[in-house]
Ligand binder design. Structure first.
Ligand SMILES: Cc1cc2nc3c(=O)[nH]c(=O)nc-3n(C[C@H](O)[C@H](O)[C@H](O)COP(=O)(O)OP(=O)(O)OC[C@H]3O[C@@H](n4cnc5c(N)ncnc54)[C@H](O)[C@@H]3O)c2cc1C
Length: 550
C-alpha cells in the first residue's frame, strides 16, 4: 500500500557538481591578472573538487576521524595513526595536483597566486587535509637554509606522488613535515617551553641532540619529520630541531604519541600530544635562533590561515546563495526577500574582500625583495590573520542560519564549515597575538610602514572615504608605539578594512567596491551583525550574480 502523510517539497540539496573556479568571478579575475598560465589546470581541479563524490569523501574523512594505535598486538609501541581511506583520497588529490611545494618549485611569475587559488579551492571542500600540507610547505624555506638536509629532502618535498607509508624517509616517494612548539604551560609564550635538547657530540648547527620533554599540540604526528623548538642546554638558548619519525638506523624515533585530541572541528586531521624520550634531533640554524626560525615558518602558515578562512567563508556563501535561490517562503524565493538580500550582499562583500586580501598577500610572498610587497607580507599578514579568521567564525554561523534548521543539522558541509572556522583564529598565533605582532611591526619597521602607507595612498586615489580613513589611521600609527597596545585590535581592524577597500577599489567592480567601502568605513549605522547594512541603492542582483554563477 502506498501510504504517505506528505510529499517532500521545497527541500534544497547541497550545492555540488559545479566548478569552483569557473563559478567564482573574483577568483577567475585574480588568476587572469596574476597567473593566467595556471587557469587551465586549476579549472580542471575546480571541477574535480566540486563533484558530489568529492563532497562525499570530505564528509567521510570528517565523520571517521583518525585513530591512534599506540601499540601493536604484542605490546610494542608503534605510535601509528590510522586514517579512513577518504582522508588519503582527499590529501592525495592535493599532493598530486602539485600544490604542496608549487610556489617553491615553480619559477614562473604568479606561482604564489596560482598556489593560493588551488589552496583556496581545496580548503572549501576539505580543510583538515591542509594542516599537514601547510606545515610541509612552510618547512621548505627553513630546510632550504640547511644544505645537507635540503639535499636529502628536496626531491621528496617537491614530489607530487602521494605516499602515506610509515617507513624511513629513504624509502619514501614523498614526505610530510609538521611542527612542534606548543607545550602544556604555554603556546603563545614560546619562551616558556621546557623541552630540552642535549648535544650528543659537540653539538652546533647540523649536530645531533637528544630531546626530552613534551608537546601539548602536535598535529599530524604521522609526518615523516617535525621541526621542534627546544632549549639547547649547552648554550641555554632556544633552537629549532629537525626530528624525523625514524632514526638513521631505521628504528622508530622516541616521539611517543600519548593521545589524539578530541576537537570541535578539524576532525579529519589528527592532532596529538607527544613526549620526547631522548628523541633524535638535528640542530637547524644557529643556536639561539630557534624562535626567529619558527616565526619565519609561522609567517607562511598564517598566510594559509587567511586563505583557509576566506575559503570557509566562500563555501558558506556558495551554499547560502544556492539554497536561497531555490528555497521558497511566504510565496517567493528566499533570495527575493529584501532583508535576506541584505544578509547575502553582506556575506558576498566580505567573501570577495577576504579573497582579495589573501591573493594580494600571496603576491607579496612572491616579491618579498621589494619593500612594498615586503610591507604587505610583514604588516598585513598578521592583521589579515586576525581579521579574516575572526570574520569567518561569525559569518559561517550567519550562513548556517540562512539555511534555517537544515543548516544546524550535522549532515553536510555548512555545519562543518562553522565548526572548522575557529581553529584558524586560534592556531598559528591567536587574535591578540596577531594584533600585538602588527603593533610590533609598525613600531620597529619604519621603512615598511612608509612603504605600506604610500602603497595604500596610491591605491585609494579617487575615493574620498578611503583617503580620509587612511589619514586617520596614519595619525594613529604615528602615536607613541607604547600607546598602541590597548588599541591593537582597533588598529588591525582599520588597517585591514582600508586595505580591503583599496584592493576592491582597484580590482573589483564599482558595484562591489563602493558598497564595501561605504558599509565598512563610512556608514556608522552599519555592521555590528551581518546584514545590518542599507542596501536601498545597491544593485543586489549584480552583486549576487557576480558572487556565484550557477
Ligand atoms: C587543532 C589544533 C592543532 C594545533 N596544532 C599544533 C601543532 O601542530 N603544533 C604546535 O606547536 N601547536 C599546535 N597548536 C597549538 C596552537 O598553536 C596554540 O593553541 C596557540 O598558539 C595558542 O597557544 P595556547 O593554546 O597555549 O594559548 P595561550 O598562549 O595560553 O593563549 C590563550 C589566549 O591568551 C591570548 N594571549 C596570549 N598572550 C597574550 C598577550 N600578551 N596579550 C593579550 N592576549 C594574549 C591568546 O591570544 C589566546 O587567546 C594547535 C592548536 C589546535 C587548536
Amino acid at each position: 500500500m502506498d501510504w504517505r502523510t506528505h510529499v517532500i517539497s521545497n527541500q534544497i540539496p547541497e550545492h555540488s557538481n559545479y566548478n569552483l573556479l569557473a563559478s567564482d568571478a573574483a577568483l577567475t579575475e585574480a588568476l587572469e591578472r596574476t597567473a593566467a598560465w595556471s587557469s587551465e589546470q586549476l579549472t580542471a581541479f575546480g571541477g574535480r573538487l566540486g563533484r558530489e563524490e568529492t563532497f562525499a569523501l570530505a564528509d567521510a574523512a570528517n565523520r571517521n576521524p583518525p585513530k591512534l594505535n599506540a601499540f601493536d598486538a604484542r605490546g610494542h609501541r608503534i605510535d601509528s595513526v590510522e586514517f579512513h581511506p577518504a582522508w588519503h583520497a582527499v590529501l592525495g588529490m592535493y599532493r598530486e595536483e602539485g600544490l604542496v611545494s608549487l610556489p617553491f618549485r615553480e619559477q614562473r611569475p604568479g606561482r604564489w597566486p596560482a598556489w593560493a587559488a588551488g589552496f583556496y579551492m581545496h580548503a572549501q571542500i576539505e580543510y583538515g587535509t591542509l594542516c599537514p600540507a601547510t606545515m610541509t610547505q612552510a618547512s621548505i624555506p627553513l630546510l632550504q637554509k640547511e644544505p645537507m638536509l635540503w639535499e636529502a629532502l628536496r626531491e621528496k618535498l617537491f614530489s607530487d606522488r602521494y605516499d602515506p607509508s610509515d617507513v624511513p624517509i629513504a624509502k619514501k616517494g614523498s614526505i610530510w613535515l609538521g611542527m612542534g612548539i606548543t607545550e602544556k604551560q604555554g603556546g603563545s609564550d614560546v619562551r616558556a617551553n621546557t623541552t630540552v635538547a642535549v648535544p650528543v657530540g659537540k653539538g652546533g648547527r647540523g649536530g645531533e641532540y637528544k630531546l626530552r620533554g613534551h608537546k601539548w599540540f602536535f598535529s599530524a604526528p604521522m609526518c615523516d619529520a617535525h621541526l621542534v623548538v627546544a632549549r639547547a642546554v649547552d648554550t641555554d638558548s632556544y633552537a629549532c630541531f629537525y626530528v624525523p619519525r625514524f632514526r638513521p638506523d631505521g628504528s622508530k624515533n622516541a616521539v611517543l604519541v600519548q593521545r589524539l585530541k578530541d576537537k570541535v572541528g578539524n576532525r579529519s586531521n589528527s592532532s596529538g600530544e607527544v613526549e620526547f624520550q631522548d628523541a633524535y634531533g638535528l640542530l637547524m640554524g644557529e643556536e639561539g635562533r630557534g624562535i626567529p626560525a619558527i616565526i619565519e615558518m609561522a609567517t607562511y602558515t598564517r598566510l594559509n590561515c587567511v586563505l583557509g578562512s576566506a575559503a570557509l567563508l566562500r563555501q558558506a556563501l556558495v551554499q547560502a546563495l544556492s539554497y536561497t535561490r531555490q528555497r521558497r517562503a511566504f510565496g517567493k524565493k528566499l533570495i527575493e526577500h529584501g532583508l535576506m538580500r541584505a544578509v547575502l550582499v553582506d556575506l558576498a562583500l566580505e567573501s570577495e574582500a577576504a579573497l582579495a586580501l589573501g591573493m594580494r598577500l600571496a603576491e607579496a610572498f612572491e616579491h618579498d625583495a621589494d619593500d612594498r610587497h615586503l610591507a604587505w607580507k610583514r604588516i598585513m599578514t598578521p592583521a589579515a590573520k586576525f581579521w579574516v579568521c575572526k570574520r569567518s567564525v561569525e559569518l559561517t554561523g550567519e550562513a548556517m542560519e540562512v539555511l534555517g534548521g537544515n543548516g544546524y543539522v550535522d549532515q553536510g558541509i555548512v555545519a562543518r564549515l562553522f565548526k572548522e572556522a575557529p581553529v584558524n583564529s586560534i592556531w598559528e598565533g591567536s587574535g591578540n597575538v596577531m594584533c600585538l605582532d602588527v603593533v610590533r611591526a609598525l613600531s620597529r619597521e619604519a621603512h615598511l610602514v612608509e612603504a605600506l602607507i604610500s602603497d595604500l595612498t596610491e591605491m585609494s586615489d579617487g575615493c574620498s572615504i578611503l583617503t580620509e580613513e587612511l589619514s586617520h589611521l596614519v595619525k594613529l600609527i604615528r602615536l607613541n608605539p607604547e600607546m598602541l597596545e590597548p588599541s591593537a585590535r582597533i588598529l588591525s581592524q582599520q588597517l585591514v578594512l582600508i586595505a580591503q577597500g583599496c584592493l576592491l577599489h582597484r580590482y573589483s567592480t564599482p558595484k562591489i567596491s563602493e558598497v564595501f567601502i561605504r558599509t565598512r568605513l563610512d556608514d556608522r549605522r552599519s555592521g555590528r551583525v551581518a546584514g545590518a547594512i542599507d542596501v536601498t541603492d545597491v544593485d543586489v542582483d549584480a552583486v549576487l550574480s557576480r558572487a556565484l554563477a550557477m
